[in-house]
Ligand binder design. Sequence first.
Ligand SMILES: [Zn+2]
Length: 375
Amino acid sequence: MKCRVLTVKEESDILVVQFEDSPFRSAAGGQPCDFGTIKTKTFEGKVTEVLFNNLVEVKSIKGTLESGDVDCEIDQDRRKLLSRMHTAEHIFFKALEKELKDLELVKINLNEDLSYLFVKAKDLTWDNLIKAEEVANQVIKDSKPIKEFKIKKSDILKYPELRIKEEKILDDKVRVIEIKDYDKSACSGTHCKNTSEVGNLLISKFKSAGNGKFEIVFTLDVLEEMYKFANVARLASGILGVEVDKLPSILKNTRQEVESYKKLVRHQKLDMNEELLGDIKLLHNSFVGVEKKELINGADKLLDEKTVLLFQNSAKKPQVLLFVSKDLVLDANEMIAKVVENFGGKGGGKKDFAMCSIEKDEDKVLEFVKGMINS
Ligand SMILES: [Zn+2]
């Protein structure tokens, strides 16, 4: 394509080229700018950025660029892919909007491989996304024609179903992209002529971005991605020993069970074994996975006159907590130091309370503590 260059300015290692009428599109509506090449008999360069007002940034490969006629070639494969991504975004967003009435579009970031959609909604789950994805893929299969036309900004009230961010339209004309019997959206990007050109669409990731915002990642030509997902499902089904289609319900149950166990552990009654060693009362017991905080709170209620309190707790590393009533000459900190010396681990504390983790022989700690009290 022959185009006319008016001026060329060199800025560090980039050429800023002023076209009379640039064939390269600038970024718009979440769609990145065109790439391509500019050639003359004596020059070759690559487009790296397209600015507004027909300004294009070019990286020189060889020769010197001067004003006059040049050959421009747009990277059509890339533009085609971005057009498909962009069309997919229109189709999917509309589908999700049908699913969630309070949905709001925050930002679009289209790329050649993965594209990002940022939305706002009260709640958004995989259930919603999967339903919207199904609708979107059906619209793609239905081969709906897509056309563009312009309307006057003052006429937008005549199109109540038009998706538009009015404040972003600076022109008095609005470019509308219409997917037949499905969606009308104000947009300045490039799109397919028919929904079937999109291929197929997969939501590959989604996460909350805080404040009611969500990030949705989608991709096209999904075969490779599908195998990755299938592998995750198949490996998980192997680990759990259940059919792939049972995984969601099994995991939901497992999660509920874990939550109820956690609750149970949190409310474990601190039942203690009691032994008299001379005139000292030793209260001791072992627990599994109890929060340290629970044990420390529980100690208050259990500590009596002339009492030593020994909690052992099996967590990632076994823990030993030792409380000594203030009327005793025993020193919890010194006793814990001896425990660490004999059983490994680390810890410390004060005269009335000290704690440590240990490395070995969990089952011998009680006898060891008794020995220290007796001596
Ligand atoms: Zn668009």
